[in-house]
Design a protein around this ligand. Sequence first.
Ligand code: MG
Length: 287
Amino acid sequence: MKLATITYKNTQCVARIEDEAAYIQSVGHYIDVLEFLDNKKIAFETFSELSLLQKIDTKEICFLAPIPRPRSNVMCLGLNYLEHVQENTKLMGREISPPEFPIVFTKAPSAVNSPFGDIELDSSITKKLDWEVELGVIIGKGGKGIKSKDAMQHVFGYTVLNDVTARDLQRQHKQFFIGKSLDGACPMGPVIVSADELKDPHNLRITSRVNGETQQDSNTQHMIFNIPQIIEILSRSRTLEVGDVIATGTPSGVGAAQDPARFLMPGDILESEIESIGVLRNKIISC
Ligand code: MG
């Protein structure tokens, strides 16, 4: 099942997306996929039966992030693809080893942006806005001390996100939080594909493009720490909650590592795509 949070005739609600159509409840609705997940059992049954839902054309709707405002920070893996570790070695001018333990930082919930929303670029704040396409994992069942063998039972589904990063702020402040949490710096969506529909999240082509030119092109099979390992480690010390979002790291091809380095400029169109899930398309605008 593909679920989205949309607006239709000025009302925000959850929609099931099938081909070119969106299906919504004609009476009552969940305001976003987070509320859907809080009522998962009944909600899943309701949305399983297309004949009980109202069919509308996707041209008539506007997509929001499936979870427009997560309850907690988005948890992000750093250096989780070997080729991205290697390009960081080149970028930093010193040997960077693959991490022995996952590197985890977070993005503020306020950074979440719509899948087709504009990304504001204030050149007085950053001159080095960069892209990082990532597979997002949505937790459907919370828990603490989850073992990797049980971890996939805690996954509701998967989405596309871009961990948009101000490289200058990321470096300047040492800790990543400020450089990762600019308003609008986490476009997400357009749908969450439920885990029962997307059988193998570890074999998906993952790409990003700027103005149609491919920047990143890899496969989620190249993650250093896979999803069960990530969930085991994250839940060891903190209770994972329903609706938590995990960004699983980006492959090589970020702008900072290119020669010469390339960063986003006003007018650029950033596309982030993962096979079987969809594509984000965000315009960079000056503000
Ligand atoms: Mg990242």
